[in-house]
Design a protein around this ligand. Structure first.
Ligand SMILES: *[C@@H]1O[C@H](CO)[C@@H](O)[C@H](O)[C@H]1NC(C)=O
Ligand SMILES: *[C@@H]1O[C@H](CO)[C@@H](O)[C@H](O)[C@H]1NC(C)=O
Ligand SMILES: *[C@@H]1O[C@H](CO)[C@@H](O)[C@H](O)[C@H]1NC(C)=O
Ligand SMILES: *[C@@H]1O[C@H](CO)[C@@H](O)[C@H](O)[C@H]1NC(C)=O
Length: 264
């Protein structure tokens, strides 16, 4: 309510000590951070804008960006390089709410300056049918990356909204011969499709040659739907765990394992 729906919220505070900003369920065309010199962390959750929800001006101390939204029909994917230009991040969190992926894969060279110090990436709630190869463009663009986390975790109690954008599969072929040297840890949580996960891990292990550990985790329990059928949920979780062990076995056969795979 600081501005009307048709204008941008502009923040120009060159002398402020503001370190964190959180925008949740806001209603304006976008947020323009003109000058917020001490800002370290920003969250933008659930935006109505057609294009990137936030524009970064002078934010030299910014370390962490956390964007999360379930895209509506009026929204189109945007390039991260367009949104994050002139930043220098350490941590990036993107949450797609099991709806359309609202970022556009792009050539890693557009992101390498922005991602030169990026060490952690967290991708949450990628919709189940989506192929995962596209996530590699983020890894390729971030040579200092140490750990990469993908979480799916869809629960039956979360229903799609009537205004959701159409979910399209993301297609992306990683560059030929490219290797990542620094990435140490890959975490995948809540994924159920055995073949899809195995293929993705195969690709990942071929490319991330410094990888030390892969953690395959189950779903987080959910208070709402688990309370409805505890017995079914516990059977499912055993089935899912067996599938994670099979994935481990398949990969162990193929790769001389310098990578430790832990199941939890
Ligand atoms: C980028 O971020 C890193 C790590 O936070 C910091 O050491 C470095 O000085 C920053 N570089 C610039 C140009 O701001
Ligand atoms: C940030 O990246 C620059 C350029 O790649 C590098 O020289 C510097 O050591 C990095 N800083 C940190 C804290 O990783
Ligand atoms: C990911 O890497 C950072 C170092 O940048 C570390 O502090 C953090 O604990 C790591 N996360 C996990 C889950 O190991
Ligand atoms: C993902 O990438 C791998 C390696 O380039 C390729 O073999 C595979 O076909 C790709 N998957 C899809 C669904 O395009």
């Amino acid at each position: 309510r600081l501005v009307d729906h048709h204008s941008a919220l502009k923040i120009d505070t060159p002398c402020s000590g503001l370190q964190e900003l959180r925008f949740i369920d806001f209603a304006c065309t976008c947020i323009e951070l003109i000058s917020v010199p001490k800002l370290r962390e920003i969250w933008c959750w659930s935006w109505p804008c057609e294009s990137p929800p936030v524009h970064f001006g002078h934010v030299p101390q910014l370390l962490e960006v956390n964007l999360g939204s379930r895209a509506g029909v009026w929204q189109a994917p945007f390039a991260l390089s367009e949104c994050l230009s002139a930043t220098n991040l350490s941590r990036l969190y993107l949450n797609f709410g099991c709806e359309m992926i609202w970022i556009q894969p792009e050539h890693p060279k557009h992101l390498t300056t922005i991602f030169r110090n990026l060490t952690e990436v967290y991708l949450y709630y990628i919709f189940p049918e989506c192929d995962l190869n596209w996530t590699m463009f983020l890894v390729e663009a971030a040579p200092a990356l140490l750990n990469f986390t993908l979480l799916r975790n869809q629960h039956p109690c979360v229903k799609p909204s009537a205004h959701s954008a159409q979910k399209t599969n993301m297609l992306w072929e990683p560059s030929k011969d490219w290797k990542h040297l620094n990435l140490k840890l890959l975490v995948m949580a809540g994924f159920e499709e055995e073949d899809k996960v195995t293929n993705y891990l195969r690709l990942f292990m071929e490319r991330a040659v410094g990888l030390k550990r892969i953690e395959l985790r189950g779903k987080h329990p959910c208070d709402k739907c688990n309370a409805m059928d505890l017995e079914l949920e516990s059977t499912r979780s055993l089935v899912d765990k067996a599938s994670r062990y099979r994935i481990k076995e398949r990969l162990t056969h193929e790769f001389s394992l310098s990578v430790k795979i832990t199941i939890c």
